[in-house]
Design a protein around this ligand. Structure first.
Ligand code: AMP
Ligand code: GLY
Length: 419
């Protein structure tokens, strides 16, 4: 019997997950809740159920006889959606609520790293702003201040001056900007080096790392300006050599997964490690308990195996067959609404976009008005371009972008050019 799969989420990452699943001859239908109007162009079934409505999602999965569920975003994972599906007898790929803590709490993640000697920035955590400030005064600048708990990518401040540090501590602790039950911060040493992400499939049968990817988080060219959800990405990454990959696997990923099991919160799903390649080797700057966005949109273009078979094998505790393309590079550029990541324009008409085998479009913040797609979010879509070299992928992506009539949108011009 062919598979019917339910994907949870509504962004570009989920568009890429669904599209890759649909490529499999073993897949009959892919549903996405709550999906977006752009996905429907690729034959994905968009389901109007919110990702926090576990009860309705379970009822839907039962009604449609869904084979299994793949969860995209962190919030449902942290709300225990995998636990709830499993309790209802439905297989779901992703960590349970207790293991999603690796992303949900910076303090939990830092304690795990310190307990299992996983290389990361030195840190201390605080819930009192006076004590935190006294600590910061004795540290070198810049210094990194991270809100504990989820903050939609906005919880990290790199303070260049003491007054910036004080302001961030006041906002996160005294004003409880992110509305956590008990506001807390992690203050950590600023690491110098080149950033990259390494994601792994984690199942009971083992850990299977993907190819490295690089995400460009800042809004402006030259990695300037405030951080966003990600303005572009590419994979593979030239400075992540096989040696670096093997150090990350042996010294970081393996002990992380073993540490989670030892703590009684075994991790299965996608383990995302955000890293900085320092002079002393790779160090962890963050964990996520899920696929990254926009990394997924480029990474899945590199996967040469049947993605639905990979997830099915992991869910069955079998060893998956995972092959990555050996040649070429995939590079993705995010097209955003003008004004993003602050107040941004909405309801802007999206022109009809041309695609081919090397040029893929993944929609995120879009909706339908009459028969046309209009923007509804800050990040609107990503174009992924595959080519022989990174330079060629860059050139092709930008000449494509210039020909689509995107004057009413914003995108960075240097994806793949900076480190
Ligand atoms: P995060 O939300 O933890 O990914 O942090 C956002 C961004 O802040 C990262 O992509 C890094 O560029 C930067 N960052 C976080 N932690 C550090 C650190 N300890 N040293 C230098 N940069 C950092
Ligand atoms: N690209 C970073 C993230 O998904 O959190």
């Amino acid at each position: 019997m062919k598979r019917k799969i339910l994907v949870i989420g509504s962004g570009g990452r989920e568009h890429a997950l669904c599209k890759k699943l649909l490529e499999s001859p073993k897949v009959e239908e892919v549903f996405c809740a709550k999906g977006n109007a752009g996905m429907a162009l690729d034959g994905i079934q968009v389901v109007a159920i919110d990702e926090d409505n576990h009860e309705e999602l379970i009822a839907f999965a039962k009604k449609e006889a869904i084979s299994w569920v793949l969860v995209g975003p962190e919030v449902p994972l942290m709300n225990g959606i995998v636990d709830d599906f499993e309790a209802a007898g439905i297989k779901a790929f992703g960590p349970k609520k207790s293991a999603a803590m690796i992303e949900g709490s910076k303090e939990f993640a830092k304690e795990l790293m310190s307990e299992f000697q996983i290389p990361t920035a030195k840190y201390q955590s605080f819930s009192d702003s006076q004590l935190a400030f006294a600590y910061v005064e004795k540290q070198q600048l810049p210094i990194v201040i991270k809100a504990d708990g989820l903050a939609a990518g906005k919880g990290v401040v790199i303070a260049e001056t003491l007054s910036e540090a004080k302001e961030a501590l006041k906002e996160m602790l005294d004003d409880n900007l992110f509305q956590n039950e008990t506001p807390k911060v992690v203050i950590e040493e600023f690491l110098v080096g080149r950033e990259f992400s390494l994601l792994s499939f984690v199942g009971q049968s083992g850990i299977y790392p993907m190819v490295a990817a690089k995400d460009h988080k800042a809004i402006f060219d030259g990695d300037k300006g405030p951080n966003t959800g990600g303005m572009g990405a590419y994979s593979p990454v030239d400075y992540v050599t096989e040696e670096v990959e093997s150090i990350v696997f042996e010294d970081i990923i393996k002990p992380t997964v073993a540490g989670m099991a030892a703590k009684g919160t075994p991790f299965t799903g996608i383990l995302y490690t955000g890293l900085i390649l320092t002079d002393e080797g790779p160090k962890v700057i963050e964990y996520n308990a899920r696929f990254g966005d926009p990394e997924t949109q480029v990474l899945l273009e590199r996967l040469d195996s049947d993605f639905s078979e990979v997830i099915e094998s992991l869910l069955m505790n079998d060893t998956p067959e995972i092959k990555w393309k050996q040649d070429g590079v995939t590079l993705g550029v995010v097209v955003a609404a003008k004004g993003y990541p602050s107040e941004y324009e909405k309801n802007v008409l999206i022109p009809e976009l041309t695609t081919d085998d090397e040029t893929k479009v993944f929609y995120s913040g879009v909706t339908k008005k009459e028969d046309e797609l209009i923007s509804s979010g800050g990040r609107v879509f990503l174009v992924a371009q595959s080519a022989t070299t990174k330079e060629e992928a860059h050139e092709n992506a930008y000449s494509w972008l210039e020909n689509q009539g995107l004057e009413n949108f914003y995108y960075r011009k240097d994806i793949g050019k900076t480190v």
